[in-house]
Design a protein around this ligand. Structure first.
Ligand SMILES: Nc1nc2c(ncn2[C@@H]2O[C@H](COP(=O)(O)OP(=O)(O)OP(=O)(O)O)[C@@H](O)[C@H]2O)c(=O)[nH]1
Ligand SMILES: [Mg+2]
Length: 383
């Protein structure tokens, strides 16, 4: 019996030692917790909104938050292949505008009804009354001359006319190079929820992958969550974010960020601003002030106006007012994925005389593409 207890005690002892070895062994295998990592929690893959789970940071005047790239590992694909991948989101299976255009090509006879249907589709797609009439007049003329032309030729005519409307001459490059050793400054503006912060994040990712050093400014001080959202993107992309106290002066955050950008010798400072209704004069004045204050330090090289493709004609009214307050130099058309309203590209460019430079085709980190008229039109006509 005594022998049995000795054996049992031995077994328990061995088990205890084995357990302790495993537990301590695992602890040693963990990396030492360092303060930089603690500041940049690993974010859940898909979360992107204001409540993205980052810790609210202590509000200090324009604090610089060190961030570390926690996501995503792969560099974004080159611009051309990005648009190719995103083309499916504009094609007929997903897009009523594309469906309407293609139905013209498949109509047995181009009778009055077919033209009326096309006109309705184009107006619904926000192409605007003027451009719609121009397109239909041109198509009727050319397709009548080519009576009996096959589907391929008709498609070519449609492609040419669409390209003429969208325009192939404009300079759609982003102006991100500052003069005389100061950083380029990109100011991102627009009404609430159009996709500004998301675009700043996606853009930072592209710029970093192209070898530029980038600094982000959280000049949306209305909500702490807004700066947190930007900081989440900063962490993902591995760039610093300058933020100020909640309800602080957004112009001074932007100023501090540009000053730091100059001191650190970064290439580009991208300034995220709070969403504001174009009808609120006080908020529009504040936007003008942000730009003026930045320009005490460095010229703003690009002012990007976000327009949500799903908002339709109201986007035009927004564009007009923003362009008056800050000289808009490029338009970002967001949420074109699954939107029937892609036609707004044409009237908004005409209205402002400013080209669409980027398009947003989804919520993911790589769903921002340079706007390429040929790629856009070909995507719409893809069968
Ligand atoms: N489908 C789709 N969703 C988008 C796109 N761009 C942004 N979003 C979504 O739109 C919502 C608003 O985006 P934000 O970037 O927070 O918009 P914002 O303009 O910064 O908003 P405020 O700062 O509140 O004015 C988020 O859920 C984004 O994921 C896009 O191109 N396609
Ligand atoms: Mg925002």
């Amino acid at each position: 019996m005594e022998f049995f207890w000795i054996i049992l005690g031995g077994v328990v002892l061995v088990l205890l030692v084995a357990t302790l070895t495993i537990v301590f062994g695992k602890q040693r295998a963990l990396p030492p917790s360092d303060s930089t990592l603690a500041l940049s929690p690993v974010e859940p893959e898909a979360s992107d909104g204001a409540a993205a789970g980052s810790e609210p940071s202590a509000a200090a005047p324009s604090a610089v938050i060190e961030t570390e790239s926690a996501w995503p590992e792969a560099a974004p694909e080159p611009a051309a292949s990005r648009l190719t991948r995103l083309r499916r989101r504009l094609s007929a299976s997903n897009n009523p505008l594309a469906r309407g255009l293609l139905s013209l090509l498949s109509a047995d006879r181009l009778d009055a009804e077919a033209w009326d249907d096309l006109e309705a589709t184009l107006i619904t797609a926000d192409l605007g009354v003027g451009p719609t009439q121009e397109l239909i007049t041109a198509l009727r003329r050319e397709l009548a001359i080519d009576a009996g032309s096959d589907r391929g030729q008709a498609k070519q005519v449609l492609r040419n006319e669409l390209l003429r409307l969208v325009g192939t001459e404009a300079d759609r490059s982003l102006h991100i190079t500052g003069a005389d050793g100061v950083p380029g400054v990109v100011l991102v503006v627009g009404v609430n929820g159009t996709g500004k912060t998301t675009t700043v994040g996606k853009l930072a990712r592209v710029l970093v992958s192209e070898g530029h050093s980038v600094l982000l400014a959280a000049a949306d001080t209305f909500r702490a969550a807004a700066a947190d959202q930007l900081q989440t993107w900063g962490s993902r992309v591995g760039v610093e974010v300058v933020r100020g106290p909640e309800a602080g002066d957004p112009a001074s955050v932007a100023f501090d960020a540009v000053a730091k950008g100059i001191a650190d010798g970064v290439d580009v400072v991208v300034v995220d601003t709070a969403g504001r209704l174009h009808t609120k004069a006080g908020l529009m004045d504040e936007l003008g002030k942000i730009k003026r204050v930045i320009e005490r330090k460095a010229p703003v090289t690009e002012v990007l106006l976000l327009i949500d493709a799903t908002t339709g004609q109201n986007g035009l009214a927004q564009a007009r007012v923003f362009a008056e307050v800050v000289e808009v130099t490029g338009i970002v058309l967001s949420k074109l994925d699954g939107s029937a309203k892609g036609g707004i590209v044409v009237p908004v460019q005409r209205e402002l005389g400013v080209p669409v430079k980027l398009i947003g085709l989804g919520e993911g980190p790589d769903d921002l593409a340079p706007f390429d008229p040929e790629g856009f039109v070909d995507a719409l006509l893809e069968e």
